[in-house]
Structures are given as structure tokens and as C-alpha cells.
Ligand binder design. Structure first.
Ligand SMILES: CC(C)(COP(=O)(O)OP(=O)(O)OC[C@H]1O[C@@H](n2cnc3c(N)ncnc32)[C@H](O)[C@@H]1OP(=O)(O)O)[C@@H](O)C(=O)NCCC(=O)NCCS
Length: 267
């Protein structure tokens, strides 16, 4: 009998229309749909959300729904950008990593109603299909050094020494992550937590395995590790005028902060 959802409604105080358009239209990118003539006088704004609609309706007296909420599904590659956009606009962003199949965070609309935004992890993983990212073991260290010798950035200036990398793997609060394809280590990244911020170093993907999503899979796994350390801000040390690195970090969602000369992302 029931065919599915037609719409969900979130309540808002009288006079909510301009804020609703700014938040749901401007920030979340939903397209407004015209309200039927017969309902116009009641106030509120309607938006299309995929095949369904989200209606912002006036309720008096108004009290925000702090728990009950609509959940909006987001294109996997766009979830982080959306979180950054909301934060930049002053909205709250609370990540919840409890689900294996989806990445998601909660935010609040301008009136304090809870909203969930989620995206499938699987579709992200599909880009890097066949790639496994895991912590580096001591036995992997020679392979990682070999990889860095072949593939690390031309701008990396300090030599990589076996003992240093072993120490990194054995007992530092930094994660050396490796990406494996068919049993071969094809990529590596250091996601470091200094007790305050997160930093990413030494990202490299072996020639012949590039543009398959391996670099992005490493960075996302590094972010997952840093989130576990409660890190909220991550910087990446990237050489200026390196087109490959710039292209990669832009796509990964790390715009250049010109004041400090580093690429930065808020988690
Ligand atoms: C930079 C590097 C790690 C990228 O790894 P990768 O596995 O090829 O990256 P991904 O496949 O995950 O790329 C994701 C996106 O980043 C961008 N990107 C990656 N390589 C790029 C390049 N050469 N030029 C421009 N954009 C690039 C693209 O948008 C790409 O998505 P697309 O392939 O769908 O267009 C790899 O090229 C490398 O190891 N380079 C040498 C070492 C280095 O420069 N490290 C960076 C130090 S900061």
C-alpha cells in the first residue's frame, strides 16, 4: 500500500523563509520547489531532495527537534566538502563513525533542528577498488623505504633511514599507513598527531598504480586515524608549484591557507 516517502517536514519559527533558503538552498544546495497556491499563506519553504521533498513548515510556538531528524544522503565525494562548508558558515558538525557502511555527521539547521548527512563508504572504496589500507608492520619497512626511494616527492629533502622508520612503526603516536594491491605495497602515508593537530607527510604512490584512488584512500584512512585521536584540524606539508601534489590535495579537500602556507582541512 505505502509506496515510499513523499516528503519530510522540519518545523521552523514564523518568518523562517530567508534563513531556510540560505541554509537548505545556499549551503546544502537543495533546489526550492514552489509551494501550492493553497498553502502559500501558511509560510515555510519546500525543497526537492532527490526524489523526495523536504518541507520547512511554520510551527507556533516553535521548539527545535534536537533528536528526531531527517537524514540526507550525499554523493560520497562531496561529504567532506559539505562538512567544511557548514563549519565555515558557523554550523556545527559532529562526525559519528559508528556505522561501517556509511560515513555521516550531524549538524543543525538555523533553528537548532538536528540534521544528518551521510554518504556511502562503499562507493568511495570502489574508486580505490582492490586497495587495502592498513598500518605498516616492522616487516614492511624495507618495502616502504623502497617505495619512497622510487616514488616520493622530489621536494622531500631529508633522507629516509631504516631505524627512523622502524621507530615510527614501533612506538610513536603517528600512523604509518600502507596501501596494498594484490599483496604489493603500492602506497604509503604518515598521519601524525603531535598531541594537538594532525599532519600528513610522505604521501607516495608507486608509478603504475596512480590515478586509481590509492592516494585518496590513504588520506581518508589517515583522517580516520586522526579522528580517533580527536584531532579536528589537519595540515599537509606540500611544496608550492608542484602541479601533481597541488592537483591531488585540492581534490582531497585541503585548500591552501595562504597565511600559513600550508594546506589545511578541518575534520
Ligand atoms: C600525488 C600522488 C600521491 C597521488 O596519488 P594517486 O594514487 O595517483 O592519487 P588518486 O588516484 O587518489 O587521485 C585522486 C585525485 O587527485 C587528483 N590528482 C591525482 N594525481 C594528479 C595529477 N598528476 N595531476 C592533477 N591532479 C591529480 C585528481 O583529481 C585525482 O582524481 P581523478 O584521478 O579521478 O582525476 C602520486 O602522484 C605520487 O605519489 N606522486 C609522487 C609523490 C608526491 O608528489 N607526493 C605528494 C607529496 S605532497
Amino acid at each position: 500500500m505505502i509506496e515510499g516517502f513523499d516528503h519530510v517536514q522540519v518545523a521552523a519559527p514564523r518568518g523562517c523563509e530567508a534563513e531556510a533558503r540560505r541554509f537548505f538552498g545556499g549551503l546544502l544546495g537543495l533546489v526550492e520547489v514552489e509551494k501550492p497556491q493553497a498553502l502559500l499563506a501558511r509560510g515555510g519553504v519546500w525543497f526537492q531532495a532527490g526524489n523526495q521533498q523536504l518541507h520547512v513548515g511554520v510551527e507556533e510556538p516553535f521548539a527545535p527537534a534536537r533528536k528526531a531528524h531527517p537524514a540526507l544522503r550525499v554523493r560520497p565525494g562531496a561529504l567532506d566538502e559539505l562538512a567544511a562548508r557548514l563549519q565555515a558558515a558557523g554550523a556545527s558538525v559532529y562526525w559519528d563513525e559508528a556505522l561501517d557502511e556509511d560515513r555521516r555527521f550531524y549538524s543543525e539547521d538555523p533553528w537548532g533542528n538536528r540534521i544528518e548527512l551521510l554518504a556511502s563508504r562503499q562507493s568511495l572504496a570502489r574508486r580505490g577498488a582492490g586497495t587495502t589500507v592498513r598500518r605498516c608492520q616492522e616487516a614492511d619497512v624495507p618495502a616502504v623505504l623502497g617505495l619512497w626511494e622510487q616514488a616520493r616527492s622530489d621536494h622531500a629533502s631529508t633522507p629516509d633511514r631504516l631505524d627512523d622508520v622502524k621507530r615510527l612503526v614501533a612506538g610513536s603516536p603517528a600512523a604509518l599507513l600502507v596501501a596494498e594491491r594484490n599483496g604489493e605495497i603500492v602506497g604509503a602515508l604518515i598521519a601524525a598527531w603531535d598531541g594537538w593537530r594532525g599532519n600528513m607527510y610522505r604521501l607516495a604512490v608507486r608509478d603504475g598504480h596512480r590515478r586509481k584512488g590509492v592516494g585518496l584512500a590513504l588520506v581518508r584512512a589517515g583522517e580516520d586515524y586522526l579522528r580517533q585521536c580527536d584531532v579536528r584540524r589537519v595540515t599537509a606539508l606540500v611544496a608550492f608549484a608542484d602541479q601533481v601534489a597541488e592537483g591531488f590535495w585540492e581534490t582531497a579537500g585541503y585548500p591552501l591557507d595562504r597565511e600559513i602556507g600550508r594546506r589545511v582541512r578541518n575534520l
